[in-house]
Ligand binder design. Structure first.
Ligand code: SAH
Ligand code: TMP
Length: 390
């Protein structure tokens, strides 16, 4: 596999990096994780391709995330720290209210966007050392937040030790990441790529938290990113755990998340999903249909490379992120084009790689569907979406 967000120019083709993507399930602690690591600085750097605020839906999602933290947890004159603050999509909601805040974001180009809009950001990887420096410079925090970042960090123990040190006695660590239960239920194997080192469950995170004298006191499923879980963690014994934690554990037991056989079955379903998608695309091509991709997501890198799907089957991928446009997709080298090109000459089919944003995208692509164009999705199974009758 290539780097999932490693979109490249034509003159960079000979420098492309590949590694073996393999996932394992630990029968002791319940963690599902990648076997081989990719050096973090190869993924998160001065040209990181993902800008959080490209999705208006996510802008709203993070506004309500911030509102709920403010309402439920923050005392007078709080201090809020965020890990992986990207372009400031979450922290801006605190900054705008004059709340003391700090973003920790190693990818300098996205951090610069946040800083330019007045969000305090340091360009660093969050870990125990970083936490110690924050405590020294600014004191302990009331809330340590993160979204789609904890699962990226290989040295999770250092992050948890940092959280333990950084949080005030009543402070909270609140973060959300794609949820293992949804991956198993929806066969959403495209969540598996280099940046996602871990695929969390409540059970595996309870084990991790306990190792650092921390405790999950609440959980809240989220619809975003194809199914995520928000975890609320405090110092051990500091808060009364909600019944939702045990209820979610029961759901995990029903899904068999701690049984190796569950993952053997998942592999079988993943292989069947790949075979179905590839045969559908070959069939459409054989019938002379034009097929594009919609959303040059990091997830699409897994689907395309795992399926061996290249420009012979998918003509181009439409994406609204300027830094991805004009580049080639990692590994299989499908050209990424601006959305204007998609609109100028609609293809017959568009594979919805950004299926996690389907609500937002289907709402704005009515004209494509009215012109006879159809979206193809692969989650929870490969299918061509028919327009909903008015
Ligand atoms: N929170 C945003 C961004 C998620 S992308 C959102 O949900 O949309 C993950 C971000 O985490 C990237 O911007 C990446 O640079 C950053 N990141 C990766 N490793 C990190 C670490 N160790 N500490 C802090 N941020 C990290
Ligand atoms: P994500 O699935 O990691 O959030 O990435 C979504 C990608 O899809 C990102 O590159 C932006 C792109 N995109 C579009 O091209 N059009 C859209 O309407 C949306 C919501 C996303």
């Amino acid at each position: 596999m290539p780097i999932a967000n490693g979109f490249l120019r034509i003159d960079q083709l000979d420098q492309e990096y590949f590694y073996d993507l393999e996932v394992a399930h630990c029968t002791d602690c319940g963690m599902v994780q990648l076997v081989n690591r990719v050096e973090p600085t190869m993924m998160f750097h001065d040209n990181y391709a993902f800008f959080s605020s490209t999705s208006q839906y996510m802008v709203q999602h993070f506004k309500s995330f911030a509102d709920s933290i403010l309402h439920d947890f923050l005392p007078h004159d709080p201090f809020v720290v965020e890990i992986g603050s990207n372009d400031g999509i979450l922290l801006r909601n605190f900054a705008q209210r004059g709340i003391r805040h700090l973003g920790v974001e190693p990818s300098r180009n996205v951090a610069a966007v946040a800083e330019a809009s007045g969000i305090n950001t340091i360009s660093s990887f969050f870990n125990e050392d970083c936490a110690a420096k924050i405590v020294e410079g600014s004191g302990q925090a009331d809330a340590l937040l993160g979204a789609n970042v904890m699962c990226h960090i290989e040295d999770l123990h250092s992050v948890m030790a940092g959280a333990k040190m950084l949080l005030k006695p009543g402070g909270v660590l609140v973060f959300e990441d794609p949820y293992l239960g949804d991956i198993v239920e929806k066969t959403s194997y495209d969540q598996i790529y280099d940046e996602h080192v871990f695929y969390f469950s409540v059970a595996s995170l309870q084990n991790l938290a306990a190792m650092h004298d921390l405790e999950i006191f609440d959980v809240a499923p989220q619809a975003v990113h194809g199914g995520s879980m928000r975890y609320f963690i405090g110092h051990r014994g500091a808060r009364q755990p909600s019944s939702r934690v045990d209820e979610q554990r029961e759901r995990e037991a029903r899904l068999g998340l701690e049984l190796p056989g569950t993952f053997v079955d998942l592999r079988r379903r993943i292989e069947a999903s790949r075979a179905h998608l590839v045969s559908l695309l070959r069939d459409l091509r054989a019938r002379g249909k034009r097929v594009a991709g919609y959303g040059a997501t990091s997830k699409s890198t897994t689907i395309l490379n795992y399926g061996g799907i290249g420009p012979d089957l998918i003509e181009f991928i439409s994406d609204i992120t300027p830094t991805k446009q004009g580049k080639l997709s990692p590994g299989v080298h499908i050209p990424v084009r601006p959305h204007a090109e998609f609109q100028a000459r609609y293809p017959d089919y568009a594979v919805l790689f950004a299926w996690n944003h389907s609500r937002e995208i289907l709402a704005k692509e009515g004209a494509f569907m009215q012109s006879g164009g159809r979206f193809i999705v692969h989650v929870p199974e490969v299918q061509i979406l028919e327009p909903v009758a008015a």
